[in-house]
Design a protein. Sequence first.
Length: 292
Amino acid sequence: MRCYVTDESRHLLGVTTVKELLIHDYDDIIEEFMETNVIYVNTLDDQELAAQQLQKYNFLALPVVDMEERLVGIITVDDAFDVIQEENTEDIQKMNAMLPTEKTYLKTSVFETWKSRFPWLLLLMVSATFTGSIITGFEEKLKALTILTAFIPMLMDTGGNSGGQASVTIIRAMSLGEVDFRDYFRVIWKEVRVGLYCGLTLAAVNFIKIWVVDRMLFKNDEITLLVDLAICMTLVVEIVFAKFIGCSLPMLAKKIGFDPAVMSSPFITTIVDAISLLVFFGISSAVIPGLS
């Protein structure tokens, strides 16, 4: 058990333990064996910070001081558990395009559930119209080689999933205090390399799958080596872009004062979908004769 040492005005001076008190003589001065480097939180600090400190240092309790560093109370690990559970629930809701609610699922009315979900669905629906506009803009090229249309869902889903992986990982790392904005370029450099490795691996597997299954097994003569190559090149480029967007947007959001969980998988997926289409049609036009 930790015991906090204060002066006559309740200013926090140090900390010791019951064990230390028992092994020292009665006439020993506490100041001689107490620890003066005390980890504490302020009354104005966010409750999530206190929970993170308890988790980081494996404390059972954490002192709370006011603006003049006077001890006013403690926070226990039980309190931290409730806070962490509450914050995690809130982050999960935001990361799945829902407004956070404090009530449990069964205690939340149908109207409240609708109200928490439809704003994001509306925003994502409207933003998704841009992907439709991109497809319409390349309609003539799709008519010239309709087989390209069959691979659009696969490319968009892969890009969205790649961006979602990066965003969830970074948001979680930021919530645990493992990453902050000072690590911005290190994070980007890492995720870009991860994206390159993932893209090359998926492209290699996909190249064989398209040629063996789609062309040879299903007898689809529209699939040529250049078509296969254009699809696989798109995979590499879009996954690298998706990883970059997925890791950078949450960090930039936190830097300017927004909740990084807002830059969640659904939001990033919409952006990556549009980029995937632009990359796909751009590479196809450059690689496949007759589409430029």
